[in-house]
Design a protein around this ligand. Structure first.
Ligand SMILES: [Zn+2]
Ligand SMILES: [Zn+2]
Length: 433
């Protein structure tokens, strides 16, 4: 075990330059060509069977090492349209084109560069100790997590025809928790997220003669206010739901009543029943507000993006947490509870019909985090993912991320005696006692 963690440390240190390079060259969802090329090159150099272009820009590596379980480790590769403001000397100045054709700044504001490097590192560590485990290692580098469609794109493109059926799916996400710590929550762990685009149809006309029109601005305003009741009146106090209207567009000039208004909204829930009830409520409210305005055309409500609730299999989570605690010590493994962020990694485990264990990897400077925690200012002082200031510390984040993936994979390869040498704990206790 000590050897695995020592190898993780050395490997992570060797990958710092690659991390800075990837951070400085982020790519938007489904545009991860450079990143995918680097990943594929490194996997080939390590001797894996490599497939590229899976789900457009996804990369898959397979290392066959005898009989045994198949462990699938997953990292996502895409970045976000955010203007980096970290002041790091490896900060991004990259630009990209978003799906609507706009020129936008691009930044690894969600830390997927950390995920790529940690998975490359873990692959190296696992191959370096291949005499201690047997089975098949599958590494999946996924595009377009931020769009909620990358995992599905790889599956639809035949991922599970390319790779042997996995025993388990494992992965991690860097988070604004202290570096050196992992956080795992059993059961429903990440919220499901649904993004809806809404078109409300009225009838335009002169601002001086509202009686001749059906005003979509008033319709939209009423809908936005009433949508607040999806959480406050339709959701039980013991359940969790978040509904935010992030976009509202209508009109071109102060004295013109426009023909239509559009809304963009996001709904987060942590269980399927609450999700279905909330979706039904929001459809009902939008449709009823249109009717209340006298609209003669039903609103259009389109589901633009959908992330399922991420469910960590309780038994598989307990097994993985046990391995983490043995490797890192109990004080470095915490339960963060369910989080309102969303992830599409569950698409892989659901499609394969196997358990998922997905954990949070601390990325915040531990000293700054402790100071903010005692001042009660973590929300304002510790930048979270998607912020232009989000900058995980390289050490010990990378080392812990490489170590966590390696430890979890070895646990699932049943290399129990290698991970926890028999009698080691007792021997240490006796020595200490
Ligand atoms: Zn993100
Ligand atoms: Zn992310």
């Amino acid at each position: 075990m000590t050897q695995v963690l020592a190898n993780a440390k050395v490997t992570a240190a060797r990958l710092v330059e690659l991390y800075k390079d990837l951070h400085a060259h982020p790519e938007l969802s489904f545009e991860e060509h450079r990143t995918a090329g680097i990943v594929a090159g490194r996997l080939k150099a390590l001797g894996l069977e490599v497939s590229t272009g899976v789900g457009r820009t996804g990369v898959v590596g397979i290392a066959r090492n005898g009989e045994g379980p198949t462990v699938l480790l997953r990292a996502d590769m895409d970045a976000l349209p955010v203007l980096e403001d970290t002041g790091l000397d490896y900060a991004s100045t990259a630009r990209g084109t978003d799906p609507e054709g706009h020129d936008v700044p691009v930044m690894h504001a969600c830390g997927h560069d950390v995920h790529v490097v940690c998975l490359l590192g873990a692959t190296e560590v696992l191959l370096g100790c291949r005499e201690h485990w047997s089975g098949t290692l599958v590494v999946v580098f996924q595009p377009a997590e931020e769009a909620g469609s990358g995992a599905k794109a790889m599956i639809d493109d035949g991922l599970f025809d390319l790779v042997p059926a996995p025993t388990v799916v494992l992965g991690q996400h860097v988070a604004p928790a202290p570096a050196g710590v992992v956080g795992v929550h059993a059961g429903d762990a990440f919220a499901g997220a649904d993004s809806f685009n809404v078109r409300l149809f009225g009838r335009g006309g002169h601002g001086s003669r509202p009686e001749t029109t059906i005003d979509p601005v008033v319709m939209a305003a009423a809908a936005v206010m009433r949508l607040q009741t999806v959480v406050s009146r339709d959701t039980a106090g013991t359940d969790m739901a978040v509904l935010t209207v992030g976009q509202l567009h209508a009109g071109t000039k102060n004295n013109i009543i426009p023909d239509e208004a559009t809304l963009g909204l996001t709904l987060r829930t942590t269980n399927t029943a609450v999700r279905e009830r909330s979706v039904a409520a929001l459809r009902r409210i939008i449709s009823a507000e249109a009717a209340a305005s006298g609209a003669d055309r039903e609103p259009e409500i389109t589901l633009a993006e959908s992330f399922p609730v991420l469910h960590n299999d309780p038994a598989a989570t307990a097994r993985t947490v046990g391995a983490f605690q043995a490797a890192f010590g109990e004080e470095r493994v915490m339960d963060p509870g369910a989080v309102t962020g969303s992830e599409d990694v569950g698409e892989f485990s659901t499609a394969a019909g196997v358990p998922l264990v997905y954990w949070l990897l601390g990325g915040a400077d531990p000293v700054a985090f402790a100071a903010a925690q005692s001042a009660g200012t973590t929300d304002s002082d510790i930048p979270s993912n998607h912020s232009p200031h989000y900058a995980p510390v390289i050490s010990p984040t990378l080392e812990m991320g490489v170590g966590a993936l390696s430890v979890a994979a070895l646990e699932w390869f049943d290399s129990g005696t290698f991970v926890h040498p028999a009698g080691e704990a007792e021997a240490e206790e006796q020595a200490a006692g």
